[in-house]
Design a protein around this ligand. Structure first.
Ligand code: PMP
Length: 355
């Protein structure tokens, strides 16, 4: 590399790495926590009804019609809702809006690996608190002085959730900072703290259409909070991009939110497949955490996670392996259809029996 003076001013960052995208359509893709079922039928209807001419206009700047639909679904007002390009965009906006203290923000050591990336990008100091050997988060670790708190509930990739007592304890002990609860997987879980936003003015809850609503490709995410916090997020968004949600995202999002019956039936199907698959993995000798998400977190006592990952990949099933401290012998497996899970389980059984 030549000694160009401008090189010293280039950004020095290690980006987040998403799950591998297969080139071949026959691959069973269980590595990105996508939903195996299509979105609500109304979504296809919206897409079929569109003409390209409509795209010549800008969409609603604040995605107001979608905010209204979400507010109705959650018993809130539209001022309690922020929308962005997937919850990644929503979280990045929240980090920018709320984490401007000199004190470090705090999150668990094993968690969504995008948090440290945003901290590096936005120059936010951070510390992590180790989860215990069962991957449980100790709420008391988060009583420390800090510049903000981020906790996913349920956590990823551990799949473990916490209940209302944990969240209220966390909030009661952090009244002076913003607390973000990342609920990307909450629809498969047991407790959502959206009900607490009217009680706690420092609580932000983020969710997504990517998992339970089968719309990862549309990039729709949202945050729920008191109007003051939402207005700060809106100000950040309007300082870099006024129109993050395109017209198709707004309209398909509304169609999804309005079909509660389809939503419930899809989530229930995935939960049933998850619980059945968890049993089968346990029967093969795996440790499996109690999943409250649309994925399993598993580890085999004899065969390394890396070997299982490479073996299933070779056989056409992609699952997720993280080469990271503490979890490098664990695998994250997205719940697919019953049939896809049976195929995976058969392949893993083959490997175990070949030993
Ligand atoms: N939070 C967590 C914990 C996640 O696992 C993901 C998915 N990668 C996201 C947020 C972001 O998802 P999306 O941007 O698709 O809403």
């Amino acid at each position: 590399m030549s000694e160009k003076a401008w090189r010293k001013n280039l950004i020095n960052i290690e980006p987040y790495v998403a799950g591998e995208q297969p080139k071949n359509e026959n691959i069973i893709k269980l590595n990105a926590n996508e939903n195996p079922y299509p979105p609500a039928p109304g979504v296809a209807k919206v897409l079929a009804s569109k003409s390209a001419t409509e795209l010549k206009k800008y969409p609603s700047a604040d995605a107001v019609p979608l905010k209204e639909a979400l507010a109705k679904r959650y018993g809130l007002s539209a001022e309690n809702v922020f929308c962005g390009n997937g919850s990644d965009d929503v979280l990045a906006t929240a980090f920018r809006a709320f984490f401007n203290s000199d004190k470090p923000i705090v999150f668990p050591d094993i968690t969504y690996s995008f948090y440290p990336v945003w901290c590096e990008l936005l120059k936010i100091p951070y510390i992590t608190k180790p989860v215990d050997e069962d991957f449980k988060i100790n709420v008391k670790d988060f009583y420390c002085e800090n510049g903000g708190v981020v906790i996913p509930n349920p956590n990823a990739p551990t799949a473990i959730g916490v209940g209302k007592d944990f969240i209220t304890d966390l909030l009661d002990n952090n009244p002076d900072v913003i607390v973000i609860i990342d609920e990307a997987y909450v629809d498969f879980g047991k407790y959502s703290c959206v009900e607490l936003i009217n009680k706690y003015d420092n609580l932000i809850v983020t969710q997504t259409f990517s998992k339970s609503r089968s719309l990862a490709g549309m990039r729709i995410g949202m945050a729920f909070a008191q109007p003051e916090l939402i207005s700060y997020m809106q100000a950040v968004k309007d300082s870099y991009n006024s129109y993050p949600l395109d017209q198709l995202a707004i309209e398909t999002g509304i169609a999804s939110v309005q079909d509660e019956e389809y939503f419930i039936s899809t989530v229930e199907k995935i939960k049933a497949t998850r619980d059945k698959s968890a049993q089968e993995f346990r029967a093969m000798g795996f440790k499996v955490t109690d999943s409250e998400t649309n994925f399993l977190f598993v580890s085999h006592p004899k065969i390394s996670a890396k070997e299982i990952f490479e073996y299933t990949r070779e056989k056409g099933v992609f699952i997720r392996y993280f080469n990271k401290p503490r979890i490098d012998n664990w695998l994250r497996i997205t719940i697919g259809t019953e049939e896809q899970m049976e195929t995976l389980i058969k392949i893993v059984k083959e490997l175990i029996e070949s030993r």
